[in-house]
Design a protein around this ligand. Structure first.
Ligand code: ADP
Ligand code: MG
Length: 446
């Protein structure tokens, strides 16, 4: 039997009961939006705006619901849930901008780092996915992934991307209310407003945002009371189809937070930032030195990038120091300047075990050609392949800088890189080549 809300006495009685039990806001946010679609003697079908409402209802009122509604077993109310489809108009439009409330307080002013924009975020395989997800969010808040959860180790660009989202939304959607805040600051705000008895004002402020960006959510761990408040804010916003973006140093599953909170974090898109590969590190170093108006030759950039492979912050630190020293001393950035002033920072490249000469010798044995051919510029197919194999193995096994390896072949570092890439690709399909490369490897180590 199809019923209207007014007609379903049992549900109405439950609502009246619940209204007395919970706060007015909770009632308006969680219970009021639920519709009764159908009611029979055996079960009730409820339409909920989203899964959170369904979970909220069962988490908080299961026992009470059993008292009012039909049962399908002991302590199990017979409820069928239907998730409301967003109406076309709603799903196409951006979320309704929230009216600026009188609660606005300069304390809550949006502070974004001017240096952290999409324009100066260097892209590479390690961060492409996260960057495009972030740009998607900034273009259409609350219409693609919600929440967006960005995680990755320290110094890989999480905060940079959060602020970039903030800037972009501010530019594209001028009416929207955004807050970008660290978890520490959120907790401090909460403590302050508890002290000043302005907690209601703070709650209203956060819950009236269109976009909430939260950095370093790992600091919410072991802060039980704050976690609860955060979780409420989070749910309220998601329920109103407002965008949330979160950054963290670990994936949601590794956070010591309540199951409920972790589930909320995993609800949207979880995306990881990795350590940039060599070429991206070179691009970052060159970009950052260019910004400082200092010339960083490409081979020097490679030399540095090969030895600095922790994170982007480390690359920045190195560039800052080198630029300062080179200005101070009035010299160019060179390998000896790097070794003198960054020595302790540089990644210890393992002591050299294999030399280019050893590789060349092994390649000539396997391919039955002369070393002079390999080092020369003869371009027959066979010799060209053997040469690329030698370069590939040199990059794999020799710990010199690419520039130095290149010099051993009378070529530049980019020729070595190109050869390495080519052979790497071919190895994926070419069994014969794979065997040849293995043979060379074996005869080097023999
Ligand atoms: P996290 O928040 O992950 O610890 P940050 O966002 O603070 O890292 O990044 C550290 C520094 O590195 C910042 O100055 C940032 O601008 C810079 N950075 C990180 N990734 C990139 C990138 N892909 N391109 C340019 N700069 C980057
Ligand atoms: Mg950060």
């Amino acid at each position: 039997m199809l019923v209207t809300q007014e007609e379903c006495r049992q549900w109405n009685e439950f609502l009246q009961y619940a209204e007395d039990k919970c706060s007015a806001t909770a009632f308006e946010n969680w219970l009021r939006p639920i519709n009764v679609l159908e009611y029979t003697e055996d079960d009730i079908t409820l339409e909920v705006p989203n899964i959170f409402v369904q979970e909220y209802l069962l988490d908080n009122y299961k026992k009470d619901l059993c008292a009012f509604l039909p049962l399908k077993g002991e302590n199990e109310p017979a409820i069928n849930f239907v998730i409301q489809k967003p109406s076309k108009k709603e799903s196409k439009a951006s979320p309704e901008p929230t009216k600026i409330s009188e609660d606005y307080h300069p304390h809550f002013e949006l502070k974004l780092n001017q240096q952290y924009k999409f324009d100066n975020f260097i892209e590479g395989p390690s961060n492409q996915f996260v960057k495009s997800a972030a740009m998607g969010i900034a273009t259409h808040p609350a219409r693609s992934y919600n929440p967006l959860f960005i995680h990755g180790r320290v110094g890989l660009g999480k905060t940079h991307l959060l602020h970039a989202i903030g800037h972009e939304i501010k530019n594209r959607h001028k009416h929207m209310r955004i807050q970008c805040i660290t978890t520490e600051a959120f907790i401090n705000d909460l403590v302050d407003s508890l002290r000043n008895k302005s907690i209601a004002q703070m709650k209203r402020f956060y819950r009236s945002l269109d976009v909430l960006i939260v950095d370093d959510i790992q600091f919410l761990q072991n802060r039980l009371n704050f976690e609860e408040e955060f979780c409420h804010t989070f749910e309220t916003l998601i329920n109103q189809n407002k965008q949330i973006v979160v950054a963290c140093d670990k994936p949601p599953g590794q956070l010591k937070l309540s199951e409920r909170m972790v589930a909320r974090m995993e609800w949207g898109l979880v995306a990881q930032l990795g350590i940039p590969d060599l070429e991206t590190r070179v691009a970052i170093l060159q970009y950052k030195s260019e910004q400082k108006g200092v010339k960083l030759p490409q081979d020097i950039a490679f030399y540095l990038a090969e030895r600095l492979c922790n994170n982007v912050r480390q690359l920045e630190g190195a560039i800052n120091r080198l630029c300062a020293f080179s200005r101070l001393l009035g010299t160019d950035i060179t390998v000896s300047l790097i070794e003198e002033y960054l020595g302790e920072m540089l990644h210890q490249v393992p002591t050299q075990k294999v030399s280019v000469e050893q590789i060349l010798k092994a390649v000539t044995t396997v391919y039955q050609i002369k070393v002079t051919d390999l080092k020369g510029s003869v371009r027959t197919k066979e010799i060209a392949l053997a040469r690329q194999v030698a370069m590939y193995l040199a990059k794999e096994l020799v710990t010199d800088s690419l520039t130095m390896i290149g010099a051993s072949f009378g070529k530049t570092h980019s020729t070595i890189l190109h050869a390495h890439k080519t052979i790497e690709q071919k190895l994926k399909q070419d069994e014969l080549l794979k065997r040849q490369v293995d043979m060379v490897r074996k005869s080097i180590t023999a």
